[in-house]
Ligand binder design. Structure first.
Ligand code: HEC
Length: 120
């Protein structure tokens, strides 16, 4: 392939993936994450509030964790329960992992009515 063809291909792929990308909230809902992660109450898994407290300043670490490249920091003794869930996310685009991480981190601020938009 010519270099220019490759560039065009890469640009098109990036555009298509942006157009199809789901928001963090959509990914959270459609994968059943809410079954174990409630907003403010600890359930089978930590609440979104707890997750956002741990990861507020560690967005990159949360992306890595969601991509299966990181280590759990909240409740590693229950990591095996969560590892099965991470498998569901395998096919996501990079920016979708980013949106999901932002959703998890910012849901804490949404609870406090800080007008953080829901559509990351
Ligand atoms: C069957 C219950 C269950 C479901 C469904 C579930 N989780 Fe979890 N999750 C857990 C448990 C238990 C933990 C605590 C384990 C840990 O912290 O390692 C956890 C921990 C986490 C953590 C914190 C990891 C850390 O650093 O310790 C994140 C982030 C997370 N889940 C995101 C998600 C997302 C996103 C989904 C949906 C794709 C999801 N979870 C679905 C049970 C679940």
């Amino acid at each position: 392939m010519k270099k220019s063809t490759i560039k065009l291909f890469l640009a098109t792929t990036a555009l298509v993936s942006t157009l199809n990308a789901a928001t963090g909230a959509e990914i959270f809902q459609s994968n059943g994450c809410a079954m174990c992660h409630q907003k403010n109450t600890e359930g089978v898994g930590p609440s979104l509030q707890t997750i956002s407290m741990y990861y507020a300043t560690k967005e990159d670490a949360l992306v890595a964790y969601l991509q299966g490249r990181g280590n759990p920091i909240i409740d590693p003794s229950k990591a095996s329960l969560m590892n099965q869930q991470l498998l569901k996310l395998k096919g996501l685009f990079d920016e979708e992992f980013r949106s999901l991480a932002r959703y998890l981190i910012n849901s804490n601020m949404q609870n406090q009515n800080m007008n953080i938009p829901n559509n990351f």
